[in-house]
Design a protein around this ligand. Structure first.
Ligand code: MLT
Length: 238
């Protein structure tokens, strides 16, 4: 098993996904929100890159709808992309949620050529690592990035998953230098994951948008024991 890290999903060559297990990270905030909403009771989440397609899908089936652009809720959408909008849930989340975000939902779709696509975050780092291990393939840690640029928080999420994987196996797998850098990053911020999120550019932007509670939420390591899978057009907990 070999581990590689893709720093910006949108810049990746689609061929690299073939035959791998991909773990996709948009730690601030799409994959953290997805993990939270599924843990709160939603059965399926449809990640949609385009705003108009998200609207059409939600209206057609009567699904819940959430989305952001530039960190702000899309005007007219009932929900934004804050994980706290979905936690603890009100018991009515039995069906589906359509989510469109600036980078994360596109990154998940980008990874769809992988043999298995998992959703990673700090919230479910251990569960994502164990699920990836169980697949027994080479692993691609896919960072969404922000606006086509590398994002510290996604690399940190990837590093924490890699750290859990190493803890579980007791071995350091062969990996590329980007994956090693992410692993070392997780050690640097091991006692202070929130500090890592606050050091990131997007973390600072969310702080300016008064989303500090979201940062605190997304910084919780291993809060949930679920490893959501993206298959066909939606994400679910197997
Ligand atoms: C994204 O997809 O770029 C993010 O999740 C943005 C955010 O809501 O913070």
């Amino acid at each position: 098993m070999h581990v590689k890290l893709i720093p910006v999903a949108a810049a990746a060559d689609r061929d690299v996904f073939e035959g791998t297990t991909a773990v996709v990270f948009d730690v601030l905030r799409a994959t953290s929100t997805i993990v939270t909403a599924l843990a709160a009771g939603y059965r399926r989440i449809y990640p949609v890159a385009e705003e108009s397609a998200a609207l059409a899908l939600a209206h057609k089936h009567g699904y819940a709808l959430a989305g952001e652009r530039g960190g702000r809720k899309i005007p007219g959408f009932p929900h934004g992309n804050s994980p706290l909008e979905f936690w603890p849930g009100d018991g009515k989340e039995s069906e589906a949620l359509v989510l469109t975000t600036s980078n994360g939902t596109g990154a998940i779709q980008m990874a769809s050529g992988a043999a298995r696509v998992l959703t990673g975050s700090l919230l479910n780092a251990r569960a994502a690592a164990l699920a990836a291990l169980k697949e027994g393939r080479d692993i691609l840690l896919v960072c969404a990035g922000t606006g086509g640029a590398f994002s510290l928080e996604d690399a940190l999420g990837a590093g924490f998953v890699l750290a859990e994987l190493i803890r579980a196996t007791g071995e350091t797998p062969p990996m590329d230098d980007l994956a090693m850098a992410a692993y070392r990053l997780s050690i640097f911020y091991g006692n202070d994951p929130l500090g890592g999120l606050l050091d990131s550019r997007h973390g600072q932007r969310l702080l300016a948008l008064e989303c500090e509670d979201d940062l605190r939420w997304c910084a919780q390591l291993n809060k949930f024991n679920i490893a959501p899978v993206f298959m066909h057009d939606h994400i679910y907990v197997p």
